[in-house]
Every structure is written in C-alpha cells, then in structure tokens.
Design a protein around this ligand. Structure first.
Ligand code: ARG
Length: 416
C-alpha cells in the first residue's frame, strides 16, 4: 500500500494536476481536502472531480463558521489592515486550511500534506510555516513549486491525462475568494498604470452603475463582534454575506493596492471586500467612542503589528497569542451601534451610539448645559506650555530652517 498525502484541493487546474502528479512523482495516494471558507462553489462537483482524477478519497469541510469566529472576527477586533488597505482575506484563510490539513493527515495516517502554491507568493509561506508549527514532523510537498510547468504546460499535462481543464483556466486572472474578500491578480493588472477592467469585479457594482439613492445600514456590535444588521440578530456567516451583498450593490469595497509581498516582490493586487470595508470602518468608529485616547493610540500600533504577522504567515506564533489577549481585553466595552451610508462606491459613518460611550454631551456642547470648567484651562495651558517657555528662554531659535525659525515676510507701511 502506498503512503498517503493530504492535498489542499481547490478544484482548479493546478491542484487537479497535482493529484495525478503526486502519484506519478512520489507514488502517493492523494486524499483531496476541499475547505469551504465561503468561496461559492459546487462542492459536490469539486469532490467528484477529485475522485475522477484519481484521488483515493475526497473530503469537503464546511469551515465557514470556524473561519469567521476564529479568524475573521478576531482580525476585525484587531482592525487588521495590511499596509493600511488590505483586509487580509486570503492571509486569514491559510492558517485555518493548514490546521485542517494537519488534522486530516493525523486522522488518515498520512505522512505528508501538499498545497498548490507557487514559489513566488505569500501563500506558500503561510501554509508551510503554519503546518510546521502545528506538526513539525509532517512532510510538506508543493507540487506547483517543484514541477516548474508554465500555465500552458499544465494545461497540456491535464489534457494528456484526461483531467478536465476548468473554463477559468482560460482566464488571464488568478482569483482567490472567501467570505472576507476576493483577490484578483495577473493579466493586464500586472501593469500598475492600467485601470482594472470592469470584468475583474464580481462582487461589486461599478460605482457609476450603483443605485442613485444612498443605502443606510446599522451594524450592532457586542464587545467588538458584529451581531445585528438594522437591529436584526444574525450569525456571523450570514451577517458577513448580507453586508457583502448590500455594500457590493453600492459599489463599496474595491481596493487597488501595490503591496509588498513577504518574498520581496511588489505586486499589484485588486481586491473586492465590501463587508470587510464596512465592518472595519464601523468597528473603528465604535472604538473611537468607547476607548480612551491612550487605548486607541496603543491599539493602532497593535493593529499594524497584527496585520503584519497575519500577512507574513505567523498566525500560530506566540507573539500573536500575546497580542490576541490584549486585543480581546480591549474590546470589553466596544458595544453599540454604528450607522453607515453607502453611496456610489463610498462608505461613510454617519452615526454611532453606545451604552458605554465616553462621549459626554455636557463636556462637548457649546450650547447651554455646558459642564466644562473653562476657568481651569489657563492653568492647564500654563503647565502644558512650561517646557517650551523654558527652552525658548535658554535656546532661542537660531537656525534658518525648520518650524522654530519660520519667517514671516517683511511688512511695509505703504504699497510700493
Ligand atoms: N496578495 C494577497 C495575499 O497575499 C492575495 C493572494 C491571493 N492568492 C492567490 N493564490 N491568488 O494575501
């Protein structure tokens, strides 16, 4: 009996070819594992396809709930956006897939796991660092990185062995999608100057074709987790799906980013992430109301750290464990409702309320009912400004550049 390998199977060209290739090259029996993270697909057809190509077993796991509860919502609570823009959909799904690959390999007594990533991307790193953290002795095979076939050669290989070539193989684009977003690369997009053609988008209306009437949506949060839409309670998966539809209709969530890959390459990425865009904005607005200034300042640094480690494949690191504890603690009063306006590709927060709000009308108002003691301000300013006054006396500005020595133009008494 041959040894077994569990392959992360998408149903696409590369992982289909890999089923055959792993048998031929390594004499391994392939168990195909398809993980459903909300990438709309006909999963029974994907399963059957794996078996037809020669997998000894084909499994489909509905991992949508796991994905949302253990990966997406914690990333939302962290406000994780890579390089300030990318909500990390693909990067969040990889460690989950790695976990499910490892579990399946142990259950099935397989000695190896395999994935379909090439040698140029982030995903190979995320898979392999995660797998090795969870099961250091498991062998990892990356067929597409090893075989060095071009796209055309893969298609030829598929045709030679009667492997059905998906219609999408003819598309010049490389697409990955899950509940948290969709990414599109390759083809004309590789020229960073070229505007993405309309055909690359699948979840969002073109802002120009979006409804002429703005849409309003209210997102209710409980300790940093979205739990209601317009007052109606929803489980996480349905809530994200609903916001994706709603915001997508209004053309919200298109992102065009020239990003820094971990392997040193700059790459142009197009994303559609309607729900992520809306929910991250709403969450931040609620944090602005319920966290202190110092909590917010510190949390912004944690958010950058967290986004980087997720992007860089370090989900299962001790640093992440530690940061996650901080993030969870920071969310204990992030409860309330945020109102957003969606219109022609734009998404704006237009209202927020919380039972734990730190906003005080009495302190903020300029109308009657003002509770702020303005007579205390001169004393505050006296002490706040003390170091600057002291320094100005001892070290008057001498340099001819910089903010200390900015010169006003000479005034004259008469014009010319
Ligand atoms: N650039 C994004 C990331 O690294 C998206 C990658 C999409 N992956 C793919 N195999 N098409 O997270």
């Amino acid at each position: 009996m041959s040894d077994k390998v569990v392959l992360a199977y998408s149903g696409g060209l590369d992982t289909s070819v890999a089923i055959r290739w792993l048998k031929e090259r390594y004499d391994l029996d392939v168990i195909a594992l398809n993980v459903d993270v909300g990438n709309e697909r006909d999963f029974s057809a994907v399963r059957q396809k794996a078996l037809d190509i020669g997998a000894v077993k084909a499994l489909v796991t509905d991992a949508k709930e796991l994905f949302v509860n253990y990966f997406v919502f914690p990333a939302l609570q962290a406000d994780a956006l890579y390089e300030g823009q990318y909500p990390l959909a693909t990067a969040l799904a990889r460690p989950l897939m790695a976990k499910l690959l490892v579990d399946t390999a142990l259950e099935e007594g397989a000695s190896a796991v395999a994935h379909g990533c090439t040698g140029k991307g982030n995903d190979q790193v995320r898979f392999e660092v995660s797998i090795s953290a969870l099961a250091p002795s498991l062998k990892i095979i990356a067929p597409a990185r090893e075989w060095g076939m071009t796209r055309e050669e893969s298609i030829n290989y598929a045709q030679r062995y009667g492997i059905p070539v998906p219609a999408t193989a003819a598309s010049p684009y490389s697409i990955d999608e899950n509940l948290w977003g969709r990414s599109i690369e390759c083809g004309v997009l590789e020229d960073p100057w070229v505007e993405p053609p309309e055909e690359v988008f699948a979840w969002t209306n073109s802002p120009g074709d979006a409804p002429n009437v703005p849409g309003y949506v209210e997102i209710g949060f409980e300790q940093g987790i979205p739990v209601t839409i317009d007052g109606q309670e929803m489980d996480g998966v349905s809530l994200i799906q609903r916001v994706n539809e709603l915001a997508g209709k209004h053309g919200v969530g298109r992102i065009d980013l020239l990003e820094n890959r971990l392997v040193g390459i700059k790459s142009r990425e197009i994303y559609e992430a309607p729900a992520a865009t809306v929910l991250l904005q709403a969450h931040q607005a609620l944090e602005a109301m319920t966290l202190s200034k110092n909590q917010l300042r510190f949390k912004q640094k944690v958010a950058v750290e967290c986004a980087d480690l997720i992007y860089n494949g370090l989900w299962f690191s001790s640093l992440h464990q530690d940061l996650a504890a901080y993030i969870k603690s920071s969310q204990r009063y992030v409860t309330g409702t945020v109102r957003l306006k969606l219109f022609k590709g734009g998404c704006q927060v237009v209202g927020r309320k919380s039972p734990k709000s730190l906003y005080s009308y009495g302190l903020a108002t300029y109308d009657k009912g003002d509770e702020f003691d303005q007579s205390a301000s001169p004393g505050f300013i006296h002490i706040w400004g003390l170091p600057l006054r002291t320094q100005a006396q001892v070290q008057p500005p001498t340099q001819d550049e910089g903010p200390l020595s900015i010169m006003a133009p000479k005034k004259t008494e008469e014009d010319n």
